[in-house]
Design a binder for this molecule. Structure first.
Ligand code: DGL
Length: 291
């Protein structure tokens, strides 16, 4: 099934490329902006291209095959634009597509390029944060159903219990800029309360979706003060910094210039206006048709 997508289309990476380029940051929509911002604080010297697949968001309710296909298309788009390193700033894509892209696609497309995700760095960091050894996960349906977080946590940390709550409405509310409404509050409260009711010993809650920091204050307001809320931005930024230090050959392929291009598969006006609200500054966006 998956192989169909690989052979479906020839993704030609231009050989005329110089083998250097901006760092690609991909998300299904706006969520990856929360990661990009933190990465730019840690690594301001590099050039970045942000790609939001807003036309096809949300990914979180889609099947494994569809998330994989869409993610691969976006990664290839970023490769065609010269990126040598792409960060999937999306948990759903990291859960459902990253491994296949790393293991099956990259060796065929270009073994020298790299695609990194956000789940592993989050899991590495979170083990030291819990005292009760009971962690909560708020994420999309896709990420929860993939079981990626409990599996990765079990690999790295002994005896940590993970309880997950899927929040299918949060991404659509954020993508439609409806998250600061009473209706949104109702669903945020409901999901947070469900999570805590399932395991009252939770002392650490992971935001396992890059959109969720945009409603971080609302989520926090429904958590007891003693419960720590963990966003991924700083964790991923630190992990990328470490990665580039450990891989100078990749660091040397990432161009320096401190520029950012924002690409969206949806309307430029919609992206620019919502992204400007999320980022608290005006941005210029460009439309991109994939394929
Ligand atoms: N930001 C994506 C994530 O981290 C949202 C997925 C979606 O589009 O539903 O999972």
């Amino acid at each position: 099934m998956i192989d169909e997508y690989i052979s479906d289309k020839t993704y030609s990476v231009p050989l005329q490329g110089l083998g250097v380029g901006p760092i690609g940051i991909f998300d299904s929509g706006y969520g990856g902006l929360t990661i990009l911002e933190k990465i730019r604080i840690e690594l301001p010297q590099y050039d970045y291209i942000y790609l939001g697949d807003n036309a096809r968001t949300p990914y979180g309710t889609r099947s494994f095959d569809v998330v994989y296909k869409f993610t691969l298309e976006c990664v290839n788009q970023l490769f065609e634009m010269g990126c040598q390193l792409v960060v999937l700033a999306c948990n759903t894509a990291s859960a459902k597509a990253l491994r296949t892209i790393q293991q099956k696609d990259l060796p065929l497309i270009d073994p020298n390029r790299r695609v990194l995700g956000v789940i592993r760095p989050t899991v590495e960091a979170v083990g030291a944060m819990t005292k009760t050894k009971h962690i909560g996960l708020l994420a999309t349906v896709g990420t929860v159903q993939s079981n990626s977080y409990p599996l990765e946590i079990a690999k790295l940390h002994e005896n940590i219990v993970v309880t997950s709550e899927a929040c299918p409405l949060w991404v659509p509310l954020i993508e439609n800029n409806e998250h600061n409404t009473e209706g949104a509050d109702y669903f945020i409260r409901k999901n947070v309360e469900n999570l805590l009711a399932c395991d009252p010993q939770i002392d650490t809650v992971m935001l396992g979706c890059t959109h969720y920091p945009l409603i971080g204050e609302q989520i926090q307001s429904y958590l007891p003060e003693s419960v720590k809320l963990v966003s991924q931005g700083e964790i991923v930024a630190q992990s990328l910094t470490d990665y580039l230090q450990r891989h100078p050959e990749m660091a040397s392929k990432c161009t320096l210039g401190s520029s950012v291009r924002y690409l969206t598969t949806e309307s430029v006006a919609k992206f620019a206006s919502s992204a400007s609200i999320f980022l608290n500054k005006e941005i210029h966006a460009e439309h991109i048709d994939l394929g």
